[in-house]
Write a new protein. Structure first.
Length: 531
């Protein structure tokens, strides 16, 4: 199914936005994870508001504003950078539903989440039937007053804070018999999660994964203890490289991870790095700090929801960038501030005990345990991450002002942090044989032919070559390419020629970074060092 403006009726809401130039505005986009019964990540609820959130707390009340915000979200940030292949739950009011806005996203990604203000009149019910026929999922809050609408839903949401367990059991019996899935909202404790699983809910949303059971004096497994020691060492202003070498060398997993990471496509080394000592030297102090977090997280997060690892990295990068922009001193604590904010969840220890295990810096401990004084910059950075995640835009705006930052900077940092986390995880934990050829930094301007552009025989696009290997290359372009699609290029000066398939297309700072795989070879070969 092609998803472009021409596919929409001329009277649709999104077509009206496409036909005029959208005014420039800052866009806040946060995401709340939604899990299935096995604690696997199912999707994200995307929360969006304009920057003047003090005057527009509810976007749904203004259809034009909601369309503009969502359009900017899709075109400026990129839905793929926010949901990473999972389902996107996006709020729709009545006018957006009837206007056909859902057609800008494919049915395998979008879940249309109807706001509680949408009444089940004839037009709305007809639109929901059409959604179902087009293959889209529709989520509706459980409400006896809107039962005709609820019965047309694919998924029914139940708020655990406002619905008694007796009423929940009744709702489960009623809607499961109709083949409708149920989502438990605001699941905030492990006990609630266990009850909702036993009761028969299909999906879950809330902070249960970040609120561990408090276990005093629990013994930490050896592997986790090694990772804690590694994290404790790399946070020091002057890390002890000899001790780092010893810690890593004694652990097979850490040794494997380090060599895999340093030889990945994130770096452009002309020769393969084979020793721990060489890897530490090449990465340097800051590089080793980041790698240590990437290596330790999967070990720390065993038996935890997989999203916890991603959220930890997003928070770490987000806090690091915000602290850097706000010139919070000392500069090396931002990354660890974000990471350690979830240390209690990773270790099943109270936050104070967990921070003591890694000998956390006093500034981090004070911010995360609530003992920091009002106005503390580290506390403000941590609160910024928390407020953004839950879509508290008033709080985000106030904290940005306190840190002397612009709201647009916070938006950009969050989008880039989610992208960085996904790229870092992919580079570190992919299978070792997924890329046999190291990419080399080869830059230059190149023209590519997009073969299968819709309604065209092909189009020439200017691109900037970032790096290249025997079987692939990376390009920076101004136009988004769908995945998968095919391109051709031929440039003897750069040594690149052939036909390749686009493996990914990510939005980065106003451009699209694409990776192209050349099954038949790119025509490029690494230079012979003996020549």
């Amino acid at each position: 199914m092609a998803h472009d403006f021409q596919a929409l009726p001329t009277g649709s809401a999104f077509y009206r936005v496409a036909s005029v130039k959208l005014k420039e505005m800052d866009v806040f986009v946060a995401r709340q994870p939604i899990f299935d019964r096995r604690r696997n990540l199912y999707g994200y609820r995307l929360l969006y508001r304009p920057t003047d959130c003090r005057d527009a707390a509810d976007v749904a009340g203004d259809s034009t504003t909601a369309i503009q915000v969502l359009a900017n979200t899709l075109l400026a940030i990129g839905i793929e950078n926010l949901v990473c292949g999972k389902r996107a739950f996006i709020e729709f009011d009545r006018s957006l539903l009837l206007g056909g806005l859902h057609l800008v996203l494919p049915p395998e990604i979008l879940v249309v989440e109807l706001l509680e203000s949408v009444e089940p009149d004839a037009d709305v019910l007809a639109a929901c039937r059409e959604l179902h026929e087009q293959g889209y999922a529709c989520a509706v809050a459980a409400d006896p007053q809107r039962d005709p609408l609820v019965r047309l839903a694919t998924l029914v949401k139940v708020d655990l804070r406002t619905t008694s367990r007796r009423d929940q059991e009744r709702l489960l019996r009623t809607y499961r018999a109709l083949g409708i899935a149920l989502l438990a909202e605001k699941v905030e404790t492990p006990e609630e999660f266990e009850w909702t699983v036993g009761a028969g809910y299909d999906y879950f949303e809330g902070f249960f994964f970040a609120r561990p059971v408090t276990v005093r004096g629990r013994r930490i497994p050896t592997a986790k203890l090694t990772c804690l020691r590694l994290l404790a060492e790399v946070q020091r202003i002057e890390a002890n490289f000899e001790l780092l070498h010893t810690l890593i060398s004694r652990d097979v997993w850490l040794s494997y991870c380090l060599l895999l990471y340093v030889n990945s496509a994130l770096f452009s080394h002309t020769t393969e790095i084979r020793t721990i000592q060489h890897a530490i030297t090449v990465l340097g102090e800051e590089g080793v700090r980041h790698w240590a977090v990437l290596a330790a997280l999967p070990v720390m997060a065993r038996d935890k929801p997989g999203e916890l690892v991603t959220l930890s990295l997003v928070r770490a990068r987000f806090c690091e960038c915000v602290a850097d922009l706000a010139r919070v001193s000392p500069p090396n604590l931002g990354f660890l501030l974000g990471l350690f904010s979830l240390l209690d969840s990773l270790t099943d220890l109270p936050i104070g005990e967990a921070l003591a295990k890694v000998h956390s810096a006093p500034a981090i401990t004070a911010a995360l345990t609530g003992t920091a004084p009002p106005g503390d910059p580290h506390l403000a950075v941590y609160q910024m991450a928390c407020r953004y995640e839950v879509g508290d835009w008033d709080g985000v705006t106030a904290l940005a002002e306190a840190l002397d930052l612009k709201a647009s900077q916070i938006v950009t940092v969050y989008a880039e942090s989610t992208f960085w986390a996904q790229q870092a995880l992919h580079a570190t934990f992919r299978k070792i044989n997924t890329r046999r050829h190291v990419r080399q930094t080869v830059t230059g301007e190149i023209r590519i032919l997009w073969e299968d552009r819709p309604e065209a025989e092909g189009v020439i696009i200017a691109a900037k070559l970032m790096n290249v290997s025997v079987e692939g290359l990376q390009l920076l372009i101004s136009e988004k390419l769908p995945v998968p699609t095919y391109i051709r290029c031929h440039d003897p000066k750069l040594g690149v020629s052939g036909r390749g398939k686009v493996r990914y297309c990510n939005y980065v700072k106003g451009k699209y970074l694409i990776g192209v795989e050349f099954r038949g070879g790119s025509g490029w070969h690494p230079p012979n060092p003996l020549r």
